[in-house]
Write a protein that binds this ligand. Structure first.
Ligand SMILES: O=C(O)c1ccccc1NCC(=O)[C@H](O)[C@H](O)COP(=O)(O)O
Length: 268
């Protein structure tokens, strides 16, 4: 299923957007989005290392295209509260239903259950989804360079910032890094996972971080299994980590997040 996963999911998002427009128009969503005034800063807590030297964006992730079910019965609200107790800097919520068993309602539930800023983790290709995210309570959205043209990336990034949200703009290759520099993104997710092959290599973020501009803050995403991975990234100058599967699979998510954030102060 992996080789053309991205083109299939982009087509699927197109169909979801067309269906969504029949239920609620873009102009109504835009109006709801513009009425928001309660955004929680997403960029600020990630702009510098937290007290323990590491910031964790903890993900609500029930399933994935590469692994199938991870924890299919995950309760988004309880999980977000556990993440906050563990000291996470932010929460990421996957809202795709088909491959991740997520929903926008998970984002609403997670945000209501904690005081942390919440990222909508989605395959965003249209203004419609940006308005939808803001109207649903997102504080930030994911924009994946690989699935957008430079013009579209700039358009969606500017819309998101105008509405008052932050964006995590995701790269995986040097070409993506060039495109993201041009759009002015300040928070750059470097995905260790190739979204076509699903191959994950934590050296990707450590290699690509040198391609970011001076004002860009990196977030290493995917494949972070434990404190040793965090320590390796810290030595490359990365202090933000987006972590899903290893936290969700752990017996005690709060404790596991504390273990990750404490990685910089524990001797290997
Ligand atoms: O997780 C996947 O298998 C996946 C496959 C294709 C596109 C996206 C995918 N995941 C979305 C994510 O970005 C991850 O959930 C996130 O980076 C956390 O990764 P991990 O810590 O490895 O669960």
């Amino acid at each position: 299923m992996s080789t053309d996963f991205l083109s299939r999911i982009v087509q699927q998002k197109g169909r979801e957007i067309s269906k969504g427009r029949k239920v609620i128009s873009e102009s109504r969503l835009a109006e709801a989005a513009r009425q928001r005034s309660d955004f929680r800063p997403f960029f600020d807590p990630l702009a510098r290392p937290g007290a323990a030297g590491v910031n964790i964006i903890a993900e609500v992730k029930r399933a994935s295209p590469s692994k199938g079910d991870i924890r299919a019965d995950l309760d988004a609200a309880k999980t977000a509260a556990q993440y906050e107790r563990g000291g996470a800097a932010a929460v990421s919520v996957l809202t795709d239903a088909t491959y991740f068993k997520g929903h926008l309602d998970d984002l609403k539930a997670a945000r209501s259950a904690c005081r942390l800023p919440v990222l909508r983790k989605e395959f965003i290709i249209s203004r419609y989804q940006v308005y939808e995210a803001a109207a649903a309570g997102a504080d930030a959205i994911l924009l994946i360079a690989r699935i957008l043209s430079p013009e579209k990336l700039a358009q969606l990034y500017n819309l998101c910032r105008t509405l008052g949200m932050d964006a995590l703009v995701e790269i995986h290759t040097p070409e993506d890094a060039r495109m993201v520099a041009a759009c002015g993104a300040r928070l750059v997710g470097i995905n260790n996972r190739n979204l076509s092959t699903f191959e994950t290599d934590i050296a990707v973020a450590m290699d690509l971080v040198s391609r970011l501009g001076p004002g860009q803050v990196p977030v290493a995403a995917s494949g972070i299994a434990g404190p040793e991975d965090i320590r390796r990234n810290l030595s490359a100058g990365i202090f933000n980590f987006l972590v899903g599967e290893s936290i969700v699979r752990s017996d005690a998510p709060s404790r596991f997040i504390r273990l990750l954030t404490g990685a910089s102060s524990v001797d290997p």
